[in-house]
Each structure stands twice: as structure tokens, then as C-alpha cells.
Ligand binder design. Structure first.
Ligand SMILES: *Cc1c(COP(=O)(O)O)cnc(C)c1O
Length: 388
């Protein structure tokens, strides 16, 4: 009699065996080493083009003497700061080791086998991976052909029992947003037993009349909800790992407290985040510089598109990134760009295999990308759009 040998794989939960791995992309140093390049720019992770406030470094240096102590497990000072900034009771604030930590907490606390989760397609990987890890069924609502939220499709999908709705606005990777009436329509279509999770990782870049005031719309709902934000993007602290959630009520926070690790946010992260949140001038400088560069970047892409040699297309974006249809295989394009020292994120999701997501960086980096893309897409033609 033969029996299958016991391996780590056979011992693992079935959900875990088939879980896709999150594609975090290549680092600058890895690309430098692999292709023997001196200068590599990374436009793949939507990091800030200006970095963090100087006050963060000062605060971190001043707190080095504290690192033999455990961090505050309740993030008291940071939650107070967030409460003040947002105008919410700190008891309704949860802090995570990045907002991805809070996405995981939400899935652990609320999702089990067979639960239905609705998200957007194309989607941010972790909006699928963590629900799938818990055995939930993930259903994705595609954006429209002009790459906006398909609100009627959302409302139709919500006519069936749904445990959780989770999407980003501005959406990653597309960059589209929901306005107030659209978000309200989705909330009102959601069954009462649906937890609403609105991921606003790019909130700071998007604020404006077209962008829903999610907290205000959700507060009308008299039901559980949470809005997620992060210090990884506009605040420039991706390496420190701090994200926060703004919840409908303290009870939701205390449920998440039960499934998180007790010291999930380290001392430096807490101290650095407080310093970053206080420097509103720096935040405004980052946001306005990014919006300006996004304009310039888009104008040059539009110029390429007008030449229309290769079928490239991009959509407007409310984030610090652009989603570009290259009209070719995106992995191949991304590899060609990498050989020229530019890291972007090729999209692998079915239906979007010709798309890359590129972060709006400093002007020189964006220009390097545009020049390289032009070369790659027209190797022999020698076509050069104006200004590149
Ligand atoms: C970057 C990003 C996050 C994760 O941010 P961290 O706080 O660094 O974990 C979450 N959601 C979306 C949509 C993002 O793009």
C-alpha cells in the first residue's frame, strides 16, 4: 500500500496551496546588479516623488534610545493625531503595519469559507489574496470600457448576499474615482449584512469636487464601514509601514484588535507617522508637485497617442500613477524598460495583459520612461514626439 508522503504542501490549508503570490516587483538594487546598470529609476510602487517630511528623520533620530522598549500596542499618540486630523474619535481609529495589515485583519475578522466578496477589476492584488486566504469567494466587477467604475454593474451584483465590499478609490491601478452620488448608490444597493471597505490609499492626491467625501457618505448609512488610508504614498513613508483605518464605531476596531499581532506598529513607525501627519505644508508640496508632473506626463503621453503609431492609450488618473495600455505584451515591454534602467509594473490580470502601471515620479525619471518607451515601441521608425 502506498500513501502520499506528508509534505508541507499536503499539510497546508487548501486555500493557501492555491493562493497567488503578491507581485511586489523588482528592487532598484536587484535591477542594477542584474543588468549592470549604474542608474535605475523605480516607477513601479507609487512611492512619493519627494519623499517624507524632514521632520520624520529628526523624530526617528531622537527616538533611537527607545528601541529596547516594546512599542505602544495601542498607538495612543498616533491615533490621537489621526483623530485630530480627520475629526474622528480615536476609539474609531485602527493602525496597521501598512494599510495592507488592516486589509488582512478585516479578512481574518469577517470572512470565512463561502463568504462572497466583491471587488474591482482590474484590482489591487491584496483585495483578492487576503479574502481568498480565508476561503471567501472573490467576485470582480470590471471597470467600464472607458475605465470608470461601472456603478450599475456594482448595484446589480449587490442584489445578491455579499459579506464584504472592498475597492480602492482612486482605484489602483486605473486611477478612477467614485463621486459622492456614485458611492451613495453603491452603499444603498449593498445588503444590510455587507461590510463596506473603502480603500483610500491615494486620498491625498484625489481630494476635490469629483471625489466622494467617503466618510460623510458612509456615515449616512447607519451600518458598519471602514475607510483605509496610508502613510506609504503621499506622506512618503512606505518603508516605515503605517496605514490606518477610520471605522464606523469602536466595536469594529476592537474586533480588529483581536486578530492583529499586539505590537503590529513599531516604535519608529508610530513616531515617524506623527511627525509626518503634522507637516501639512510638506504634504501639500508633494500633492501639488505630483499633480503638476502628472499633467506634464499625461500631455506627453497624449502626444504619443496622437501619433498613434502603436495603439498606446492611457486613462485619466486621480492618483500618483498612470495606467497605460501599450498595445503590446506588457511583461515584454516592462522587461525592455528594465534593461534600460526603468522599473514599472506590468499588469498580469486577464484582459489587462497589455497594460503597465507607471508611477508619476520626478520629471527626469518620467522623461526617461517616455524616451525609453518611445524607443521600444518604435525601434526602427525613429519617430519622436515633440518634447521628448
Ligand atoms: C499601496 C496601496 C496599499 C498599501 O499600502 P500600505 O499602507 O503600504 O500597506 C493599499 N491599498 C492600495 C489600493 C494601495 O495602492
Amino acid at each position: 500500500m502506498t500513501s502520499r508522503p506528508v509534505t508541507a504542501r499536503t499539510l497546508s490549508r487548501p486555500e493557501v496551496r492555491v493562493l497567488p503570490q503578491y507581485n511586489a516587483g523588482a528592487t532598484e538594487s536587484a535591477v542594477r546588479a542584474k543588468f549592470g546598470l549604474a542608474q535605475v529609476v523605480k516607477l513601479a510602487s507609487n512611492e512619493s516623488c519627494l519623499g517624507p517630511s524632514d521632520s520624520v528623520g529628526d523624530a526617528l533620530r531622537a527616538s533611537v534610545g527607545e528601541i529596547h522598549r516594546y512599542p505602544d500596542p495601542n498607538c495612543t499618540a498616533l491615533r490621537g493625531e489621526i483623530g485630530k486630523l480627520v475629526g474622528i474619535d480615536p476609539a474609531c481609529v485602527i493602525v496597521g503595519n501598512g494599510s495592507e495589515d488592516i486589509i488582512e485583519m478585516l479578512c481574518k475578522a469577517f470572512l470565512g469559507p463561502g463568504d462572497r466578496l466583491l471587488t474591482l477589476a482590474p484590482s489591487f492584488g491584496l483585495h483578492e489574496i487576503f479574502p481568498a486566504m480565508m476561503g471567501a469567494t472573490v467576485e470582480k466587477i470590471p471597470v467600464t470600457s472607458d475605465r470608470e467604475f461601472d456603478v450599475p454593474a456594482w448595484c446589480a451584483a449587490l442584489s445578491r448576499p455579499t459579506k464584504m465590499v472592498m475597492f480602492s478609490t482612486p482605484s489602483n491601478p486605473v486611477g478612477c474615482v467614485l463621486n459622492g452620488p456614485q458611492l451613495r448608490a453603491i452603499c444603498e444597493a449593498s445588503p444590510p449584512e455587507t461590510l463596506l471597505v473603502v480603500d483610500e490609499a491615494y486620498y491625498e492626491y484625489a481630494r476635490g469636487p469629483e471625489y466622494a467625501d467617503s466618510m460623510a457618505v458612509l456615515a449616512e448609512q447607519h451600518r458598519p464601514w471602514i475607510v483605509l488610508r496610508t502613510l506609504s504614498k503621499a506622506y512618503g513613508l512606505a518603508g516605515l509601514r503605517v496605514g490606518y483605518g477610520l471605522a464606523s464605531d469602536p466595536d469594529l476596531v476592537s474586533l480588529l484588535d483581536r486578530v492583529r499581532t499586539p505590537f503590529n506598529v513599531n516604535t519608529f513607525a508610530q513616531i515617524g507617522a506623527v511627525a509626518a501627519l503634522r507637516d501639512t505644508l510638506h504634504l501639500h508640496a508633494v500633492v501639488s508637485a505630483t499633480r503638476r508632473e502628472r499633467q506634464v506626463f499625461r500631455a506627453r503621453l497624449a502626444e504619443l497617442e496622437r501619433l498613434n503609431a502603436w495603439g498606446i492609450r492611457h486613462s485619466p488618473s486621480h492618483g500618483n500613477f498612470l495606467f497605460v495600455d501599450t498595445g503590446r505584451n506588457a511583461r515584454a515591454i516592462a522587461l525592455d524598460l528594465m534593461k534600460r534602467g526603468i522599473i514599472v509594473k506590468p499588469w498580469a490580470e486577464p484582459g489587462y495583459e497589455s497594460f503597465i502601471r507607471v508611477t508619476v515620479g520626478p520629471r527626469e525619471a518620467n522623461n526617461r520612461f517616455l524616451t525609453a518607451l518611445t524607443e521600444i515601441l518604435s525601434p526602427a521608425a525613429g519617430v519622436r514626439p515633440a518634447g521628448i
